[in-house]
Design a protein. Structure first.
Length: 442
């Protein structure tokens, strides 16, 4: 069974689907609406909570009360009762009793979370957030970095220092803190050991440098490094990965990774957290590179960074010579890896195929092709971004009735009529479109 449902870490729940109207929902059950919980976690459909009885969208109406979302009304992007715990909110709550009343889900395991927050844990989270906010405010005012400075690592350590009980982690909203810090600094956290390894391979060329934080730390140590990015963050350019209203930490030249490699063939290529589905940011740069050493920061193989072709190129034609573990946010495994080019180049022969008919599908695809899906549709199929998630009959039968009803009513469901329209677009004898995967790699 493909798992499409997940629980966002903190924040509001967003979605366009509101299900049937509230009057219809009330006819389905007489109890007050409650969100569906499975294995200690709220079940989400289309990124919103659903009613445990009828499967319709629900939203909080108070600390421990819920209501159905009326038909046609868009779910709120922010919710007073589901927003992350911020220092400003916590400061308004002078006592632990006030905290329990405001954030009932944090102290009652029957409301979804598999843990409770004690008063000591609440005070520890408040202490860490207070120190974090003070240091972050100061770091935002910095414009240059010294040889011993690393405010990103300092802030990360404040948040994640052991012991870190689940309740404290939940209050700190580490996923939100990671996005906040990555937008200001970098998606990976540098350490002295990692910077020393990079310095040994200077002069360096960092491609996809973002805010230029790694390059700034290297330059402060006297290392020769040039940084490039396709959209250097500044007041006139939009970079969706970083904040817009401040200058980068170091000078960032504008240009693609492939073009930068061509301009500086004498420098060691350094790639830090290239996007997962962007061949140009990783694979194209690596193929254009003619040097013997490449340094890559991110996750290996099926992780969150580097395209499929990029990782296949590394496995085929490069040898890993050194690994340096980096500070890691929850569920990530950031590592600095040094690769040396192999003497003999091997061509790419690996091709992805449909699980059922064995026809070729796009690189990185997994699952069934469109033709197999049209000819033998599953019990339930949903769109998930550019991919398709298929649920076999046994998976659908095992679902709670409310979850099944919510999925069947989802606007992302691929219905039988959609399948027929897909098949009718192909007239006899016309060339077939390229097959696409039924779901993504991750």
């Amino acid at each position: 069974m493909s798992q499409m449902l997940s629980r966002p870490a903190g924040g509001a729940f967003v979605g366009d689907y509101a299900g049937r109207d509230s009057a219809s929902a009330k006819r389905d059950h007489s109890i007050q609406p409650r969100p569906l919980v499975s294995a200690g976690r709220p079940v989400l459909v289309d990124r919103h909570l659903i009613c445990a009885a009828c499967g319709n969208a629900v939203e909080p109406a108070g600390p421990d009360t819920w209501r159905h979302v009326p038909r046609g009304r868009r779910l709120a992007g922010r919710s007073k009762w589901l927003s992350p715990l911020t220092l400003a909110e916590l400061r308004k709550l002078e006592t632990y009793e006030a905290f329990k009343a405001r954030f009932a889900t944090a102290v009652r395991s029957d409301l979804g979370l598999p843990f409770t927050t004690t008063e000591d844990q609440w005070r520890e989270a408040l202490r860490r957030l207070d120190l974090y906010e003070t240091r972050l405010h100061a770091a935002r005012r910095w414009r240059t970095l010294g040889a011993v400075d690393n405010p990103y690592l300092d802030l990360f350590t404040i948040l994640t220092a052991a012991p870190l009980p689940p309740a404290v982690s939940e209050i700190l909203d580490l996923r939100g803190r990671r996005r906040e810090l990555a937008a200001l600094f970098s998606w990976a956290i540098p350490t002295n050991e990692a910077l020393d390894v990079l310095a040994k391979h200077a002069p360096l060329l960092e491609c996809g440098a973002g805010m230029g934080y790694w390059s700034a730390l290297l330059q402060a140590r006297g290392v020769d490094v040039i940084a490039y990015d396709l959209a250097p963050p500044n007041a006139r350019a939009v970079n969706r990965f970083h904040i817009r209203d401040r200058k980068p930490w170091s000078r960032i030249r504008r240009g693609s990774s492939e073009a930068a490699v061509g301009r500086h063939p004498d420098r060691t290529l350094f790639l830090c957290w290239p996007p997962y589905e962007d061949d140009d940011a990783s694979y194209a740069a690596l193929r254009a590179y003619r040097g013997e050493i490449v340094i890559y920061v991110g996750e290996r193989h099926d992780g969150a960074t580097g395209s499929v072709r990029f990782h296949r190129e590394l496995r085929l034609n490069w040898t890993l010579t050194q690994e340096i573990p980096l500070p890691r946010w929850p569920r990530l495994s950031d590592t600095l890896m040094v690769y040396r080019r192999n003497v003999v180049r091997q061509p790419h022969r690996e091709r992805d195929r449909c699980f059922e008919c064995q026809r070729f599908i796009r690189t990185g695809g997994i699952g069934r092709c469109d033709r197999c899906f049209e000819n033998r549709p599953t019990a339930l199929a949903l769109r998930a971004g550019p991919h398709r998630v298929e649920y076999p009959p046994e998976a659908v039968d095992a679902m709670p009735p409310a979850q099944r009803r919510a999925l069947e009513a989802s606007p992302n469901r691929i219905s039988a009529s959609v399948i027929r329209r897909m098949a009718s677009r192909r007239s006899p004898g016309s060339p077939r479109r390229p097959s696409s995967p039924c779901r993504g790699r991750r």
